[in-house]
Design a protein around this ligand. Structure first.
Ligand code: ADP
Ligand code: MG
Length: 248
């Protein structure tokens, strides 16, 4: 019989009446506390799984990807252990940043989705957005006078995944909002992004060099940059045996 575990469960489950009475009720039965502990463990397990499911649904992943299906041999330059460490989600606890940089089709979004999926299973509230989608939502919110609410809503997520930064240049108004989101998260919440642009090229996306360097500073100060190389996985497998796997 493990009473401390049972009492921890009853507190976590917010069942104060059970906590206060289970010993008294137990006197009427042979070994009811052990039984109750088993029952509560099942309840705990179910709530834990429901939490994971809810976080995955809230994350708005376009598709589920994990590292089980990622072929690291196709990216020999990528530090596998460091990438797998991201899947342990400590970087989320530490409010750190990860940047996946490289040409199209090299698995950046796959890895972004995989660290997001792991974060959900590790108890972190996660949101996946594309840079363009995020900026449209922010511009809409601003126009509707709901920007503060929108920013507060984004702030609820422990990990924000921004896919495809740099594919299209943004207007000043939009980049200012992006800078606001990145600044808001700096040292408080975690962020992971994918981009096809080297930092030197970020002035193509941001309206001026000052803004670009301010964003880069915030991203790399407590963060890691991972460079993806090589030919596109999509092109490599086109017509080949693994075509099915390469489809997004
Ligand atoms: P990127 O975001 O860099 O453009 P994606 O992550 O979208 O590339 O990859 C394109 C497709 O190829 C996806 O279906 C992805 O799962 C797959 N893919 C890319 N690299 C790998 C890899 N190393 N192992 C397994 N699948 C990969
Ligand atoms: Mg991508």
């Amino acid at each position: 019989m493990n009473t401390p575990l049972l009492e921890a469960h009853l507190k976590a489950l917010k069942l104060p009446a059970v906590l206060a009475n289970y010993q008294r009720i137990a006197q009427r039965v042979d070994d009811p506390v052990a039984y109750l502990a088993d029952v509560m463990s099942v309840e705990m397990e179910r709530r834990h799984e429901n939490g994971i499911k809810q976080r995955i649904a809230a994350a708005r992943f376009p598709t589920i990807k994990t590292f089980d299906s990622f072929d690291f041999s196709a990216q020999p330059g990528l530090p596998k252990m460091k990438i797998l460490e991201l899947a342990e989600s400590r970087f989320v606890d530490d409010c750190r940043t990860a940047v996946f940089y490289g040409p199209p089709g090299t698995g950046k979004t796959h890895c972004l989705l995989a660290i997001g999926f792991s974060a959900c299973t590790n108890g972190h509230r996660t949101l996946f957005v594309t840079a363009a989608g995020l900026l449209n939502e922010l511009l809409d919110a601003k126009r509707d006078g709901a920007l503060t609410r929108k920013l507060r809503n984004l702030d609820r997520f422990d990990l924000l995944l921004i896919d495809e930064l740099g594919y299209i240049p943004f207007e000043r108004e939009a980049t200012d909002l992006l800078v606001q989101v990145i600044s808001q998260r700096y040292e408080r919440k975690s962020l992971a992004i994918t981009t096809n642009l080297a930092f030197e090229q970020w002035t193509q996306v941001f309206p001026d060099a000052m803004t670009a360097s301010a964003v880069i500073d915030r991203l790399i100060h407590h963060g890691s940059v991972f460079e993806f190389n090589g030919t596109s996985h999509r092109l490599r497998n086109r017509g080949g045996k693994s075509t099915k796997e390469s489809r997004t």
